[in-house]
Every structure is written in C-alpha cells, then in structure tokens.
Design a protein around this ligand. Structure first.
Ligand code: GLP
Length: 244
C-alpha cells in the first residue's frame, strides 16, 4: 500500500494494530507483537501511545519481542534499543514489564548462543508472533539480517555491514563508535510470524524496496525472502514506492 505520506501510513498501521489488540482482548487472549526500532516506526509508536491515552487502548494483554539490539550494548546507553522502546512506547502504555522482550546486549559473548536459543523458546512459548513490524536497511536487511543471511537463519550474533554502520554513525557521534555486531532474530524467525507489516519512508529506501519487491530471492538482499511469506503487507510513502 502506498500512502501519500508516512503520517497517514503510520496512523493507518496503528489502527490495524489497535484492532488486533482489542480483538485478542475480547477473546481473552494475548496479542504477540514483534517490534522494530529505527526512525521508521517512531510515528507509529506515538500513535499507539495516543490511542492508549485518549481512546483507552490497553496493552495489558500485549506481549512484545523486539527484533534486535546492538552488541555489546548497555540498556541505559543513548543508542540502546531498550532505551528507544521505553522512550517511544513502553513508558507511556500499560504493558506489564514481564511481557517485554528485547535481545540483551549485555550477555557475555560466550553465552550469546544460549541466550538466542532461549529468546526463540520464549517466542514459541508465547504462541508465536501474531504481527511483526519491520523496517528495512539500505543493505536489504530486516532486523539486523545483513546480506549473507539465509532464509533459515535464526536468532544469533551477526557482524554489521559497513553501510549499516555508516547509516548509524550520526546516532553514535562517529562511525568508529558504532558497535561491530548485533543480536538479531533470524530471517527464519521473522518468517514464522503469522502476519508481517514492513514500513519504509523516503527516497533513500526506494531502490532497496524495488529490489525487495521485484528482485529475485537472494541472501544478498535478505528482505527478498519476505516474498515467500503468505501474509506480508508493504506499507510505503510515495517516495519509498517511487521505483516500483
Ligand atoms: C536498523 C534496525 C532495523 C531498521 C533499520 C532501518 O538497522 N536494526 O530494524 O529497520 O535500522 O532504520 P531506519 O528506520 O532508521 O531507516
């Protein structure tokens, strides 16, 4: 779906998420959301906060799993995704603390593989992800699944691509300060979500969106594996959709 601008797109996606949360609550069930960070979903999260504060949308039945986190990363660092999620969403809604899951950037490196296995188990025990929100990186990454990530990849430690570190440089006051690694859900993990909504705004994303939607499926552009999924929606503004 191409919207005139990211504002209208974000509000529409927030309405869809609110509808799912309310539907699950009416059925007495949890709603399991997979969440993304980055500049793309910030307006979406603001709108969810508004729906909570002004229209009584409750997050009591919501369980969340974030896609990724830099490694290493202290949760209280300016650039941590823990901090990001609290700032944009969790601190402003009534989600129970125990329902929030974000990969832990403080785990000792030799324990990361075990941590990643448990993260996947927690997703399974919750019943799997109902709705996964995704952004996309210029390298074609989803989460931090950089080029080379296969369709069957699982939650793991990954080395960040040079382009990704360049794009993150301003957040870290210089590329040399950007962590070299991250923990990310795998492409295979993401593809197990029942429904996926990928968001992209701006002309900077137009080329990678074209490759993702119209290109062949390949490890070189991991987002192309979304073509395999039966229930994906790509939500764009006009600039991001300009090359389709
Ligand atoms: C980071 C995140 C991704 C996100 C991407 C795009 O690399 N790990 O999940 O999709 O950036 O970021 P932005 O939304 O700021 O363009």
């Amino acid at each position: 779906t191409v919207y005139p601008d990211s504002e209208q797109a974000s509000v529409a996606v927030a309405q869809d998420i609110a509808g799912l949360i309310r539907q699950r609550a009416a059925e007495g069930r949890s709603c399991i959301l997979g969440l993304a960070t980055g500049s793309t979903p910030t307006r979406l999260y603001e709108e969810l906060v508004r729906l909570h504060q002004q229209e009584g949308l409750s997050f009591q039945n919501v369980i969340t799993f974030n896609l990724d986190e830099y490694f290493p990363m202290a949760p209280d660092s300016l650039q941590s995704y823990v901090r990001f999620m609290h700032e944009y969403l969790f601190d402003h809604v009534d989600i129970p603390v125990a329902n929030v899951h974000i990969p832990d950037g403080t785990v000792p490196v030799e324990e990361v593989a075990g941590f990643c296995r448990r993260y996947e188990e927690q997703i399974r025990e919750a019943g799997g992800i109902d709705l996964q929100i995704l952004g996309i990186g210029r390298t074609g990454h989803i989460g931090f699944n950089e080029p080379g990530s296969g369709a069957a990849s699982r939650t793991r430690l990954i080395t960040l691509d040079h382009i990704t570190r360049t794009d993150a440089a301003s957040d870290f006051y210089g590329e040399e300060n950007v962590p070299r690694r991250a923990i990310t859900m795998g492409v295979g993990t993401i593809l197990e979500a029942h429904e996926i909504v990928l968001l992209a705004w701006g002309e900077g994303k137009a080329a990678v969106i074209k490759r993702m939607v119209e290109g062949d499926m390949t490890d070189s552009v991991p987002a192309t594996y979304l073509q395999k999924h039966p229930n994906v929606r790509v939500v764009l503004d006009e600039a991001a959709g300009a090359e389709l």
